[in-house]
Design a protein around this ligand. Sequence first.
Ligand code: NAD
Length: 484
Amino acid sequence: MSTPTTPVRTSTFAMTINGRSVTSETTSPVFNPATTEVIAEVPIATPTDLDAAVDAARDAFVTWSATPLEERQALVAAIGDRLEAHAEQFLALLTAEQGKPRPMAEWEVYGSITWFREIAKQSLPEEVLEDTSERRVISRYTPLGVVGAIVPWNFPILLAVWKIAPALVAGNTIIVKPSPFTPLCDLKLVELVQDLLPPGVLSAVSGDDELGKWITAHPGIDKIAFTGSTETGKHVMRSAAETLKRVTLELGGNDPAIVLPDVDPAKVAPQVFWAAFQNNAQFCNAAKRVYIHDDVYDAVRDELVAYARTVVVGNGADPDTQLGPIQNLPQLQKVQEYFDDCAEHGYTFALGGKIDRSASGWFVPVTLVDNPPEDSRLVTEEPFGPILPLLRWSDEADVIARANDTVWGLGATVWGNDLDAVERIGRQLESGTVWLNEVHQYSPHQVFGGHKQSGLGAENSLHGLAEYTNHQTITLNKVPNAVS
Ligand code: NAD
């Protein structure tokens, strides 16, 4: 998307380039999705701004990559401490720009603090593969150089942190580009920690999607760490190929949830509900198709409807709110298409089904669609909003095939009391993460990534850290006459 531009206004949000605050001639508005009010203006970077950030990052790389690992780790942990000291400010700002209610904002902000601290404990030690009187062979990891981090709008802080922390620990410098819809927390975070780091080690630039394209094409950037849609991920990969940049792509998903016949419908319903609707279903790992066994289909559907009726949708700043608005207007329009498609095809709404566009914010009612066809848009695509298809199954092999019949492979869940069956089914699902009788459990030490078109590479764990490094083999022939 391209964001509209307006003449510069007084703004407390600036980019950070080479350790300094940088504004721009034109700015772009940021909205509170619960009220649709403009809450800030942010700079729109020019190609010259990006060049300056890259030059500074390349200069800083020389000393940062040579800084002892322990020192880099300590500074990354210190960024976590700094964020914790300002947590209240970030919680409020995150709710204002993203729309998520306080508990979800806490999950994201305190999760980010944990990530800084835990990733700071990670390292990739050298391995001595051979060490004799004649020869030594070492395998080690060296930093890549400058990382361009491109971030989406659903978890603007956490998904930036998943890139900043490992990039810095591994010895790279990094330039963060937030989503134009949610740039405020990322700009503030980068600004807030500048005194902890040498200039140029961590920069932030804001702008529209054009800026993302310049980053992926820039010859001075060595790696792109991208989280966003599969469609954009393909553009990123194409553009990065020109300079053979390394890429980590964390992309879209269409996670199946499989509910077995032995569940207690009243107990499973709230869990499946939150698997699907957490963060107002603007979640790469939201359960986006729920396959419920025929024996319990009606009961689970009815319990889901009953539970959903108790959930409060509203302004995230209101303490009673459990689900906020859709984050931006283009996304609301996209979600509207799924409502229209279901209505046009005459699918049955078990709950919801109509968006009130006269509402003061970009709100969408929780909507459950009762057994739409397997080839409907709602089942085969990623709506990224609170409209969920419930589907019947009766044959285990068939439901596994249907769950896997998608280009995506990000996450999946299985719910049931027969743990053998739960695990047997789970192990046959083609996705990067399979949660059994739980969901959305992440850890800095647990590898995360998509199968198929849900991504390339991984974040978190030592596998994720290794994605910010080159492999290097060093061999030494110790026999003195070898070179004389
Ligand atoms: P998006 O792809 O529209 O945008 C993501 C980022 O890419 C933004 O910063 C955007 O400005 C930038 N961008 C857009 N076009 C670009 C281009 N041509 N080149 C470079 N950068 C460009 O995604 P979104 O709407 O912000 O986020 C929602 C999507 O992200 C969903 O598909 C969701 O599943 C996915 N997602 C994936 C994960 C994961 O970890 N796998 C996590 C969160 C979200």
